[in-house]
Design a protein around this ligand. Sequence first.
Ligand SMILES: *Cc1c(COP(=O)(O)O)cnc(C)c1O
Length: 388
Amino acid sequence: MTKKKFETNAIRTQLERSQHLEHSVPLYLTSSYVFEDAEDMRASFAEEKNRNVYSRYSNPNTSEFIEKVCQMEGAEAGFAFASGMAAVFSTFAALLESGDHVVSCKSIFGSTHSLFVNFFPKWNISTSYFNIDDVASIEKLITPKTKVLYAESPTNPAVDVLDLEVLGAIAKKHNLILIIDNCFASPYLQQPIKFGAHLVIHSGTKLMDGQGRVLAGITVGSADLIDKVYRFSRISGPALSPFNAWVLSKSLETLAVRVDRHCSNALQLAEYLENHPKVNWVKYPFLKSHPQHAIAIKQMKAGGCIVAFEVKGGLKAGQEFFDAIKLLSLSANLGDSRSIVTHPASTTHSKLTVEDRESVGITDGTVRVSVGLEHIDDIMADIQQALG
Ligand SMILES: *Cc1c(COP(=O)(O)O)cnc(C)c1O
């Protein structure tokens, strides 16, 4: 059979039907599975059979979710987690040894940064950071102990774009494991494995679910690395619940159409804000004015759902803007069908020092909009009236 397209793989999986011949994949709320006899029990536990034993290890709903994401990302295997951070932590815990070194970038998700700074030192794991605008400096940070190169693109909240091809080449040259958190792009817009990533991590909580209902995470990539992630996770227990996996498999069926609309709404809003007299600057990967526009169009299908901009007048003007918002939600989530406005300096990035915030492009007046699926005219009207 010919290779099917992204949208088809998001809908059609090979899961077997039960005796009821259901059309939609049913929900398997079961913690364990039964054995035919003593020999079946022995062989199943000895992993001589590829079958479900216990839902901490696998479940038909989590397997369906993993299969879909593997198809989307072009990955050999995966493991699904209860949250994006469970995926990040378990992936590192499975791969790293005491004494190892990680190279990453300060422009990463706040909780991932906290893991590096507040917890990794306890296990004798050190981290160095490169600057987003100086990818060449990565090579200077690499030591004989460096095992992982870890990055996100686009970044949160400044929507900077990192050249995945360059990261892939550096990882290859220095024999590092390249891990990309692909949450901001979603597998529909960008597939890092094509550019040399060994593992791709997602928070399923964001665009994958896209309707603000469940927490989830997933790591996909090469079979040998995923086997290590699986060995650690089946013992330590961060597995995704079957119910959340079932919700997510349904969500993925509409990922392409949803993300297309997120992106067209976001581009329209970004273009509108670029000409607004009360706005200092706007950043969106598919605007020509974006500093890494050429890289964005090379590696992404569209610009994503996040638009960042700065309101003129600093913190006070920023706060007035948030207080005047009527339709959009003031929340810290993103990738939801409901548009969300966030003030990174006082919320998601409040724990960083002012210098660290500025080094990752966050000023006191920076607003991050996660552009949702409401009609673009209504989204723009609310932002317009809030800007005054
Ligand atoms: C939200 C997010 C995470 C963490 O995911 P949770 O599901 O909230 O645990 C990790 N990386 C990025 C880029 C995120 O946006």
